[in-house]
Design a protein around this ligand. Structure first.
Ligand SMILES: Nc1nc2c(ncn2[C@@H]2O[C@H](COP(=O)(O)OP(=O)(O)OP(=O)(O)O)[C@@H](O)[C@H]2O)c(=O)[nH]1
Ligand SMILES: [Mg+2]
Length: 433
């Protein structure tokens, strides 16, 4: 997401590094490029105009800090404005109701039902809530089944009944109170366009259960039209925020950058994959850093914390001491696989692009091969790889379907890694950056 925009903005900003001083002339040069980059990313022209004006005004104004170089100052100004454009402070989700009630609304296919599941999972995992999913899309029989399927997959209860959406939501709320659910998530029907009938139904549900959160789900591929969709819903319902889905697709990202300025509706979450864990809380600051290639260590660490378990932390400590074996190696390998595509993680490292790391491709097959080799060893062999001589290696090669050379390479790399860890521990080795 935002890759193209990020590249363009970064190269524009890099230009300013060549100038010793910021003047009206060279600023115009750079802001022209920024303007083009934003327009090409499908950011609304009004938003672009305002953004450029603010950046210019600040860059030429009195506020220049003496401690920063002009180029650093300029980067800071652009970043600050970008954060502002994305909504400034992070907007928190309402959590203190008993139960809290959340309703999703949005056009057909925007991702409501999927996002209901993702939210349920996030609320349970991160906020320790007991969520109830409510099926209020009664027009398509398959819609209820879809939600039930998601509930089954996540082991989260789904409330449904043969009634109209207002009655269902009322009864679901009663059911939630009686059964100690503390978060009620209401899935609603979609339409191709904003129409009176749909709005009336959503208004009626709103009147009946008074949700604490009404979030509008928007497909980020909608582009400029997203603004009209938001205004259409916002004039009928007291929206408390928006969720932009499918940011993993080849969207240019313009809607994300225009929504807040044009509608005053804050983005609270973004959908980044079809999978149930593909929902991220939206932090304007982190997103701006990511766009400008400054990395997003916080998100990377949080992601790692979410999937890494105690066993892995224990082996990581052993690794630091330099006394780990292939059994520990296997544990670490499993964690790496849980983290998902490594390329995505690498992109979050500050300066990854400049180090030439942003285009590395890591073949998941290779990880699978390594795992197969280690799994073909006996537990004793994993603890004492030094006993692995020709005949054992041959057996492992057969068992894993990999060549003896690959087995040898793995053992060699493992030994090197161990040596390196020892050196780290003794403080003889510095990180390469
Ligand atoms: N890649 C990607 N796909 C998504 C994301 N969110 C939803 N989808 C996909 O979008 C399609 C539509 O999602 P639904 O959740 O059924 O959309 P909906 O708004 O409930 O649709 P209706 O009930 O017909 O109005 C599905 O194929 C989802 O897997 C996302 O963040 N990334
Ligand atoms: Mg749906």
């Amino acid at each position: 997401m935002f890759e193209n925009l990020g590249d363009r903005l970064q190269s524009a900003i890099d230009k300013i590094k060549g100038y010793g001083k910021i003047t009206e002339d060279n600023i115009s040069d750079v802001t022209r490029e920024i303007r083009l980059a934003l327009l090409e990313a499908d950011v609304n022209y009004k938003v672009v105009k305002e953004f450029i004006n603010k950046v210019k005004e600040k860059a030429l104004g009195e506020e220049v800090l003496k401690s920063l170089k002009p180029s650093e100052m300029f980067v800071k100004i652009v970043k600050d404005e970008l954060v502002e454009l994305l909504g400034g402070e992070k907007k928190e989700l309402y959590l203190s109701g008993n139960p809290s009630i959340l309703m999703l609304a949005g056009l057909q296919g925007s991702g409501k039902t999927t996002t209901i599941g993702k939210l349920g999972l996030l609320l349970r995992k991160k906020y320790n809530k007991k969520p109830l999913l409510v099926a209020c899309d009664v027009y398509r029989p398959a819609a209820i089944d879809q939600l039930k399927q998601i509930g089954k997959q996540l082991n989260i209860e789904v409330y449904s009944e043969d009634a109209n959406p207002v009655t269902i939501s009322k009864n679901a709320l009663k059911y939630a109170k009686e059964n100690n659910f503390d978060y009620v998530l209401i899935d609603t029907a979609g339409r191709l366009h904003i129409d009176e009938e749909l709005m009336l139904e959503l208004k009626n549900i709103n009147e009946e259960v008074k949700p604490n959160e009404i979030l509008l789900v928007i497909d980020s591929m909608t582009g400029q039209d997203a603004i009209n969709v938001i205004e259409g819903f916002n004039s009928n319902l007291p929206l408390t925020g928006a969720i932009l889905t499918k940011l993993d697709g080849d969207t240019k990202g313009g809607a994300a950058l225009s929504v807040r300025y044009l509608t005053n509706v804050a983005i609270k979450f973004v959908g980044v994959s079809e999978k149930m864990d593909g929902l991220e809380e939206f932090y304007p600051e982190r997103m701006a850093s990511r766009i400008l290639g400054m990395g997003d260590l916080m998100s990377m660490i949080e992601k790692a914390e979410n999937v890494i378990d105690d066993e892995a932390i224990k082996t990581a400590k052993k690794m630091q001491k330099g006394n780990f074996d292939l059994e520990d190696f296997l544990v670490q390998l499993k964690q790496i696989k849980k983290l998902g595509p490594l390329e995505n993680l690498i992109k979050m490292i500050p300066g990854a692009k400049k180090m030439g790391l942003s285009n590395v491709s890591i073949d998941p097959k290779q990880l699978a091969h390594i795992e197969a080799i280690v799994l073909s060893m006996t537990p004793y062999e994993r603890k004492h790889p030094e006993i692995l001589k020709a005949s054992r290696k041959q057996r492992i090669s057969k068992g894993s379907g990999r060549s003896v050379t690959e087995v040898n390479n793995l053992l060699k790399q493992f030994e090197q890694m161990k040596q390196m860890m020892k050196q780290f521990k003794n403080g003889n080795l510095k990180m390469p950056f």
